[in-house]
Every structure is written in structure tokens, then in C-alpha cells.
Design a protein around this ligand. Structure first.
Ligand code: SAM
Length: 267
């Protein structure tokens, strides 16, 4: 597991020593400028499989798009850390009913949860008190985001929050280490969705769940750029491609799908 090590994170790590079965890797210090591309260690960590050669294509970039395609959709551009103000806007709870989203996760106090593409930790910080005997891995590819998460966790003494610097093609989590994986408004911007999802499926414990939250592309009233929305059908195709089984679509949010998937308990 690749945990980010900065002076602020080191303090959190000391506090969280009881969670320590982790392999702490040296990452750039807080004082070093870390542009997105270098923070993410672009070189793939996994050997591409033979079938991967035809997975991705190219297209003329649409609004908010990356110009790279996967399973018939254009992958969105990554939101940079300058977008934190939008993620943390005070009206977000009312607009997106983030309270209902967290409730829909039906977490147990002992759960190990991974908030993948955690950004500034909006959900990590809300999940942390719900799993007092568990852990929340806040993963992202931008170290600037993880610095914010670390600072917030230290401020409130949330010692069960563990920042993890992922890679563009690997979530950075140990095999069979998490009960629930959450993605909110993040999956559609993964540049290597197949490789990421394989690493995530491997990180789930038997019977573990994926909770995928995306703006509804079926709904013209949802005023978000097209590349930043997904249909249920598209999401199901992409999750099923890595062996995840669809469980349900929890239709309680004003603008987003809550799509739940599981790994087989026999795996
Ligand atoms: C729009 S933000 C959403 C943040 C957070 N989930 C929220 O809803 O507040 C998407 C985040 O996904 C991260 N991201 C993009 N590709 C990623 C990848 N392959 N692995 C982990 N995080 C990734 C970005 O760096 C960004 O912080």
C-alpha cells in the first residue's frame, strides 16, 4: 500500500500506528512542487494483458473530455486540486443530498472503506466517524488532495483516516483489504478504468461492495457536462467487465445514481 509521507502525514501516521500493517513509501515532501503528472507516477504498475491492447481509443475531445475512449464513452478530464472550493461548497449537502448518500452505504462500525478519488476528503471525513473500529483509506492520484485530507484528519483527530497515493492504473490498496469501495464523481475521469477496476476488485474482501456514484446521464435536467455523467447501463457494462455483479440502483439522490455492485463471496 502506497501511503504518502509528508511532515503532516507523518504526524497522522504516528497517531494511527495501531493501523500500521502498511508499507510506507517515500513520496515528495510537502515543500516540493508536485504537478499532477509527476504526482501520479504515470508509468503503469501492472503489465498490460494481451486483451488490453484494444481497450482504449481516441476521439476529438468533447467538452470536459480527455480525447480517450473506453467501452463507447469518452473518459473525462481529471479535476485538478484547484477545484476543491467546488467540492467543499456549503450548498453541496442540500444540492446533492450527500447525507442520504452516506446513509445508503449502510456501513458497519468495523468496516474498512476505500474512498477512491477522495479529492479533499468530503466523504472521507463524513465516513470516518461511522467506522470507529474500522478505517477509511482516502486514495487519490494528486498529492495536493491528500495533503488537504491529512490536514483535516489531524485537525479533528480522525486517526482512522489513511491517505493513500494511488496511481493512474492502480488503486494502491492491498488485495482483500476493504469491505466497501466508494467512488463519488470520480470513476468517469479514471484514465485507465479497466486496470483501476481490476486492482479495486482485487482489493475487495469476499462479499465486498462497490458503491459507484455518478451524475445521471439519462436525465437532461442534470446540468453537468456530458463527459462527467454516466448512464446506469454504461456503468453496469464497465463493472461487469471486471467481474463485479450488479446489486441495485438506490434512487434516492436528486442528481446522481447510487449503483451498488459486489464481488462473489466464493472468490
Ligand atoms: C471530481 S473529484 C471528486 C472528489 C470526491 N470524490 C468528492 O466527491 O468530493 C475526482 C477526484 O478523482 C481523482 N482521480 C482521478 N483519477 C484517479 C485515479 N485513477 N485514482 C484515484 N483518484 C483519481 C482526482 O484526482 C480528483 O481528486
Amino acid at each position: 500500500m502506497r501511503l504518502i509521507q509528508t511532515p503532516r502525514f507523518a504526524a497522522l501516521l504516528v497517531g494511527a500506528a495501531f493501523l500500521s500493517a502498511c508499507d510506507v513509501a517515500r513520496e515528495p515532501s510537502a515543500n516540493e512542487a508536485v504537478p499532477l503528472a509527476t504526482a501520479t507516477a504515470d508509468a503503469p504498475t501492472t503489465q498490460p494483458l494481451a486483451e488490453d491492447s484494444n481497450l482504449y481509443g481516441n476521439c476529438e475531445p468533447g467538452e470536459g473530455g480527455s480525447g480517450k475512449t473506453y467501452m463507447g464513452r469518452e473518459i473525462a478530464e481529471v479535476m485538478g486540486h484547484f477545484g476543491v472550493g467546488w467540492l467543499e461548497r456549503p450548498e453541496r449537502e442540500r444540492e446533492e443530498r450527500t447525507d442520504l448518500l452516506v446513509a445508503a452505504m449502510t456501513l458497519k462500525p468495523t468496516d474498512a472503506v476505500a474512498d477512491i478519488g477522495a479529492g479533499s476528503g468530503y466523504f472521507t471525513m463524513r465516513i470516518s466517524p461511522l467506522v470507529p473500529e474500522g478505517v477509511v483509506y482516502a486514495t487519490d492520484i494528486q498529492s495536493e488532495m491528500l495533503d488537504i485530507v491529512t490536514e483535516r484528519a489531524l485537525e479533528v483527530g480522525a486517526l482512522n483516516v489513511m491517505p493513500v497515493l494511488g496511481r493512474i492504473d492502480h488503486c494502491g490498496l492491498e488485495p482483500k483489504s476493504v469491505d466497501v469501495v466508494l467512488f463519488v464523481d470520480a470513476y468517469h475521469e479514471f484514465s485507465h478504468p479497466r486496470e483501476m477496476m481490476r486492482s479495486i476488485a482485487a482489493a475487495l474482501k469476499p462479499g465486498g461492495r462497490v458503491v459507484l456514484v455518478e451524475y445521471r446521464a439519462e436525465d437532461p435536467e442534470v446540468r453537468i457536462k456530458e463527459r462527467h455523467k454516466m448512464t446506469e447501463a454504461q456503468a453496469r457494462r464497465e463493472m461487469e467487465a471486471v467481474g463485479l455483479e450488479f446489486v441495485e440502483n438506490i434512487a434516492t439522490l436528486p442528481q446522481q445514481h447510487i449503483l451498488v455492485f459486489k464481488v462473489s463471496p466464493e472468490r
